[in-house]
Design a protein. Structure first.
Length: 132
């Protein structure tokens, strides 16, 4: 199972008690690159994994140790004028979805917000590093 799938599943569980929000199983962009999260407010969209793998070192027995860095982005748009009263709780719940990924060296999440017209777009970034 991909890391993005685990994060999507954990977000669904974390915000299940808040019926105003939902999580989409679709990718955040349509085939033309148009963001779906702008059309469907209060819906969290999780993008695919962006993965890079580098060899850290070779062991004495010629084995190899790799570091795999994975970035997953998620998106949420809400009305800037009429924000939900519990938006901070929802944001915290989405950020804590990083805990779904275990056995990691680095397991971080962050959020940025951007206001355009009457909409606030929250962009969540999960940074996961594993050694193998």
């Amino acid at each position: 199972m991909a890391i993005a799938d685990d994060i999507r599943s954990k977000i669904t569980t974390n915000i299940a008690s808040n019926t105003a929000f939902k999580v989409s199983s679709e990718l955040p962009f349509d085939s033309n690159g148009i963001p779906l999260y702008e059309k469907n407010m209060k819906t969290v969209y999780v993008d695919d994994d962006i993965e890079s793998k580098i060899q850290l070192y070779r062991t004495l027995d010629q084995g190899e140790v790799y570091q795999t860095d994975t970035i997953v982005n998620a998106y949420l748009v809400v009305d800037a004028k009429n924000q939900p009263s519990d938006i901070e709780t929802v944001i915290a719940s989405i950020l804590s979805a990083r805990d779904a990924i275990t056995g990691t060296q680095i397991n971080e999440s962050s959020v940025e917000s951007e206001i355009e017209d009457d909409y606030i777009t929250y962009t969540f970034e999960y940074n996961i590093t594993k050694l193998s």
